[in-house]
Design a protein around this ligand. Structure first.
Ligand code: SOE
Length: 359
């Protein structure tokens, strides 16, 4: 496909804005955007540089777009994805793909049957340091992976006065912290290690029982033990109430020959621990694997960050739309995987027992 990809965006908040930048940086065209109201759509069309304002999602789907980016609250993803697939569009749907396993499985099945490109932005895969870690494990440099551990900590809900649509199960789904960011950590741990989580023992907690004058039924934090399909064990702490941690995803993959750790708040390097020597691999300094170098866009010392990951994710999605799906592209199958793990975490927390994670 030599023509530029023509994209529509549903949802014009923080994520819709990030997607709009990435669409343009990937050579795409933002044809139209639709928000909650006609007025918010028109304002966003101007702010995001869309070709024209659009009054409704149906009008957007009826226009000359190749792909729609769904950046709306979680509970609206399924109906919007169904309509986009029925209209023959490729789809980029924000995570979580759906608010439950059954819905996620349905959407993954519909996308496969439609034969379109359907992706989910597990964008932390697109840091060059993460690709370097994945390559070191895949090529055997790290040895056999024995432990996976870490945390994903934020603080934007730490205050009792903090509130957000994700707090409400009706809009966000039955899980909040884990479905929102725990799935990123699990995706990254599995992506780098090649292992699959097969059983979890989880504890969730809601530190702030009321927000905005209403009771809270979704978790502020979760602590999860797990086993993998290849004999490793691990644990992860997920929190959106940890003061001072803004978006601190940290994962350690501990092999028999070396351990690797990546910190999303310090993404320009990969720590490589050895018995005799510890090293810091530096992005862009020329010593990376081909897998890592493919995502280096500027030299070392000129930091790449979150938006760069999003740009690479959208560019790879568009390459897939053009018939050349790159390695490591997160699809609806990965969105389904996230929903399966989330369901097991909630079930384990309720039962206070180990729960198997379906394949
Ligand atoms: C809020 O927790 C949020 O924007 C998530 O929804 C994103 O997936 C994550 O990348 C950053 O934090």
């Amino acid at each position: 496909m030599t023509d530029r990809i023509r994209a529509g965006i549903a949802g014009v908040g923080f994520m819709g804005t990030v997607h709009a930048r990435a669409i343009r940086r990937s050579g795409g065209i933002v044809v139209g955007v639709v928000g909650a109201t006609g007025e918010s759509s028109r304002r966003a069309a101007e702010r995001l540089g869309a070709e024209r304002p659009v009054d409704s999602y149906q009008e957007l789907l009826g226009s000359d777009i190749d792909v729609v980016h769904i950046c709306t609250p979680n509970a609206t993803h399924a109906p919007l994805v169904r309509a986009a697939l029925a209209a023959g569009k490729h789809v980029v749907c924000e995570k979580p793909l759906a608010v439950g396993r059954a819905e996620a499985e349905e959407l993954a099945g519909l996308a496969a049957a439609a034969g379109v490109t359907a992706t989910v932005p597990f964008v932390y895969r697109f840091y060059p340091a993460v690709r370097e870690a994945r390559d070191r494990v895949a090529t055997g440099a790290s040895g056999a992976v024995r432990l996976l551990h870490g945390s994903y900590l934020q603080d934007w809900l730490a205050a009792e006065t903090d509130d957000n649509w994700r707090v409400d199960a009706a809009a966000g789904g039955p899980s909040r912290a884990f479905a929102d960011i725990g799935v990123h950590w699990c995706d990254l741990a599995e992506f780098v290690s090649g292992h699959r989580i097969v059983a979890v023992a989880a504890q969730t907690m809601t530190a702030v029982p009321h927000r905005g004058g209403r009771p809270v039924t979704t978790e502020d934090a979760a602590v999860v033990l797990f086993r993998t399909d290849r004999g490793a064990v691990g644990n992860v702490t997920i929190s959106q109430i940890t003061p001072g941690r803004k978006n601190r995803l940290w994962v350690s993959v501990d092999g028999s020959a070396e351990s690797l750790s990546f910190d999303q708040e310090n993404p320009e390097s990969l720590w490589i621990g050895g018995r005799e020597v510890n090293r810091q691999w530096l992005r862009g300094a020329g010593a990376g694997s081909a897998a890592a170098e493919g995502y280096v866009t500027v030299p070392a010392g000129h930091p790449q960050g979150y938006q760069d990951c999003f740009d690479a994710f959208v560019a790879d999605t568009y390459a897939a739309i053009g018939g050349q799906p790159p390695d490591g592209l997160p699809t609806f199958a990965d969105g389904r995987r996230a929903a399966v793990i989330t369901e097991a975490v909630l079930a384990s927390a309720r039962a206070r027992a180990w729960v198997e994670v379906a394949a």
